[in-house]
Design a protein around this ligand. Structure first.
Ligand SMILES: C[C@H](O)CC(=O)SCCNC(=O)CCNC(=O)[C@H](O)C(C)(C)COP(=O)(O)OP(=O)(O)OC[C@H]1O[C@@H](n2cnc3c(N)ncnc32)[C@H](O)[C@@H]1OP(=O)(O)O
Length: 723
């Protein structure tokens, strides 16, 4: 392929009179402008040739949609955008769908976004069984812009189309078939021959010639459609109050239903070109590429190392974390040995795994048969004898350094030489854990987040000794168990907990100075976090909060704000949601409500810390609350980046989104910070540090970049790298 072009199409005309156009733009056949313009030329040729009776569009993995990097180029203005509607109306509707020769899509693998939209404009669709079919555009901040807002409701009905578009979730071929999206499901080997035959059958009128955009049989009445859309708008506003594009997408769908598909296509084109410029869209596209970028680690994944096959994994400790990790592994077909110290604990651990899977069976997302098959991959053990053929061990016992040291020394004796020795520690130095072994090169951190079978993030922690091969292996396991891995360096709290800590601390400080905790929680939820810091402390429990705080006070005492609010409440046996009392009171249904008694603890904590009530801090605006809680997070993220704990700022963005719940439509902590500007953040922190103390003091990295206005995410020269 010409290196300057991004993909192409090729056309071959068979003796049967079918022109087969193949999309070629690996790895997912994304529809770049080059591919789309090539497709247009192929169509023009096919339509003008008398030896062509019909057209089939195909491609290895059919298509993952419009080339997402094209949106970035449009945002930066580095690409010449065609006029609104040129692709969707001029090419896909007027040239392809309105042609006097029929088209059939032969879909293998994927038809997502623009890929499915292209297929929907064809006059029939034949799909392989495993193909994923969907319109996931909203997830990227854009809308289906190649006619999907018009054709999907006409093919599958309005309600199902809204569900598919608003959730961004694809369906498999069989479901697509029953919905009317797919005309036939065929094994991959028969896909092309069936599509060719089908296309000729349309020519011969043995199969119907369906133009999706003109179909009306699946559309509800106007009144009903308005009701459905009104409900969808309400739900969308509730679920995504800070995003405009889902509502704009609904507008395009509505215009099509009320005023006809042509008006709908025009509205879709107008909205599609507007949404690309939204800040939320820029952020979501950054997140898409950053998420894929976490698996690219300079000096590790660029060395041509292939991941070794991990055939069997052992987990030590069947507590909450160990059982969650075991669940994640068996769900991805890894045979697992779960080791505990006695029968009782082992039974409890296996019981937890069972309960994790049973909840899927109850919700209908797992069959009983699959449940039994998955559970059969799990074996219990009370000793190390069965560890002789494992390829990886993940230790997940309590945070006790001498216990972990003993375990790793034992592992060295029992496990094969090549076996990866991983720890799920969230705080203890991995070098210390491996101190009594000679296996430092295969010791690595595999830090999961609770509940481990659900939370998508995996921090892979490497020390100076961890081999590149071990990291490559763990990255592969991470991908197989559907986690987003972020490779980080070895330090207290790694990336996520280090960023998390100042967030909670800032909130405690503000409350001691007189701010209302419930107002803080509300402002932070409105900003887009799943919940505010106080509600979160209640959820994780004060025991965990105190244990983490102790680690931070020990390691970073100069910048720790030591609030007594939580310890005081803990003393009174209010320890968060589990005890029904924390910052909030909880009823039987675990619904939280403010507690007037909280004041008492805040006042007592204030008298201990000696902090004065500050009328300014007691009456902060929502914007100020966000700045005073998140700028300290930015500050810590800068330290993590400057120390080389994270190699890329974008890795911190993903770690924050997946580990802290930072809103993806703000692009992650560093991306968000840069959207505000390093100069402003630096000046605010600098001012607060002078008034309120060291906790807010900008680190050297932030001070340097902030004073010059340099973006915080610009690459760092890793002189002090800990990796
Ligand atoms: C106008 C239209 O309506 C607008 C659109 O079509 S917007 C695009 C809609 N499509 C999507 O949202 C699909 C996005 N892609 C995905 O969900 C997944 O990549 C996938 C399911 C297609 C494949 O997943 P998987 O096999 O795990 O591979 P994954 O690692 O994600 O992607 C492989 C590579 O393809 C790239 N890629 C995937 N989809 C892409 C796309 N639509 N455009 C550009 N690059 C894409 C990835 O960035 C990655 O690149 P890298 O190897 O350099 O990191």
């Amino acid at each position: 392929m010409d290196s300057r072009t991004k993909g192409k199409t090729v056309m071959e005309v068979g003796g049967d009179g079918v022109a087969v156009i193949t999309l070629i733009n690996p790895p997912v056949n994304s529809l770049s402008f080059d591919v789309l313009y090539n497709l247009k030329s192929n169509y023009e040729e096919a339509l003008s040739r008398i030896d062509v009776k019909a057209i089939v569009i195909t491609g290895g993995r059919f298509s993952g949609g419009f080339d997402i990097s094209g949106f970035g180029e449009m945002q930066k203005g580095t690409i010449k955008e065609p006029k609104a509607g040129y692709i969707s109306i001029d090419i896909i509707t007027d040239l392809l769908e309105a042609a006097r020769k029929p088209s059939v899509a032969a879909i293998d693998g994927l038809a997502l976004g623009g890929g499915l939209e292209l297929a929907m404009a064809c006059h029939a669709r034949i799909s392989a069984p495993a193909a994923q079919l969907g319109l996931p555009e909203l997830q990227l901040g854009v809308i289906p812009g190649f006619g999907g807002t018009q054709r999907l409701p006409r093919l599958v009905g309005l309600t199902k189309a809204l569900e598919m578009i608003l959730t961004s979730k694809p369906v498999k071929a069989e479901e697509g078939h029953s919905l009317g999206l797919i005309d036939a499901v065929m094994p991959p080997a028969e896909l092309l021959t069936t599509a060719r035959r089908w296309a000729l059958d349309i020519v011969e009128r043995r199969k119907p010639w369906v133009s999706s955009v003109s179909k009306t049989d699946k559309l509800p009445s106007l009144g009903e459609a308005r009701e459905i859309l009104k409900f969808a708008r309400g739900q969308t506003q509730k679920r995504a109050p800070n995003m405009k594009h889902p509502l704009m997408c609904l507008d395009a769908i509505e215009v099509g239903i009320v005023s006809g598909p042509r008006a709908g296509l025009e509205k879709e084109a107008e909205v599609a070109s507007q949404v690309v410029k939204l800040d939320t869209t820029k952020s979501l596209i950054h997140v898409f590429f950053s998420q894929r970028g976490t698996a690219k680690v300079p000096g590790v994944t660029d060395r041509g190392l292939a991941p070794r096959k991990i055939k069997k994994v052992a987990i030590i400790g069947g507590g909450l974390m160990g059982s969650g990790i075991a669940t994640a592994l068996i769900l991805s077909n890894y045979p697992v040995i779960l080791k505990e110290v006695n029968e009782k604990f082992l039974e409890a651990g296996i019981g937890r795994v069972k309960a994790n899977l049973q909840s899927r069976v109850r919700k209908g997302s797992m069959s009983q048969e699959k449940f039994e098959k998955t559970m059969s991959l799990l074996k219990g053990s009370l000793d190390y004898e069965s560890f002789r053929d494992v390829d990886m061990v993940i230790e997940a016992v309590i945070e006790n350094i001498s216990l972990k040291q003993q375990i790793f020394a034992d592992l060295e004796k029992y496990c094969p030489q090549h076996c990866i020795l991983a720890s799920n520690t969230s705080t203890i130095d991995l070098n210390k854990i491996g101190e009594r072994t000679k296996s430092q090169d295969r010791i690595v951190g595999a830090h999961f987040f609770s509940p481990a079978h659900i939370m998508p993030l995996l921090e892979i922690v490497r020390t100076n000794h961890t081999s590149a091969q071990v990291i490559v292996d763990l990255l592969d396991v991470g991908k197989k168990i559907k986690k987003t891995p972020v490779v980080v360096g070895n330090c207290t709290g790694f990336a996520v907990n280090r960023m998390f800590f100042p967030y909670t601390q800032a909130a405690m400080f503000l409350v001691e100075c007189g701010a209302d905790p419930y107002l803080i929680d509300r402002a932070i939820s409105k900003f887009g976090m799943p919940m505010g810091p106080f509600r979160l402390c209640d959820l994780v429990g004060f025991g965990v909060a105190i244990a983490t705080a102790t680690q931070f006070i020990e390691n970073f005492s100069e910048r720790t704000y030591k609030s007594m609010i939580i310890p005081l409440m803990q003393e009174d046996k209010r320890a968060g949601e589990a005890t029904r009392k924390g910052f909030y009171l909880y009823d039987d249904k675990r619904k939280a409500k403010p507690d007037p008694e909280l004041k008492k603890y805040i006042e007592k904590a204030r008298s201990i810390s000696g902090v004065k009530l500050d009328p300014k801090l007691a009456n902060l605006s929502e914007k100020e609350i966000i700045e005073m809680t998140f700028f300290p997070v930015v500050n810590e993220a800068c330290r993590v980046f400057a120390e080389g704990i994270a190699v890329k700022a974008a890795d911190l963005d993903i770690a924050g989104i997946m580990g802290m719940g930072f809103p993806p439509y703000r692009g992650g902590i560093m991306f968000w910070a840069d959207s505000i500007g390093s100069k402003y953040i630096y000046s605010r922190l600098d001012e607060w540090s002078k008034t309120y103390g060291e906790f807010f003091k900008p680190c050297a990295f932030l001070a340097e970049r902030g004073s010059k206005g340099v973006p915080l995410s610009a690459p760092v020269k890793q002189a002090s790298s800990r990796l």
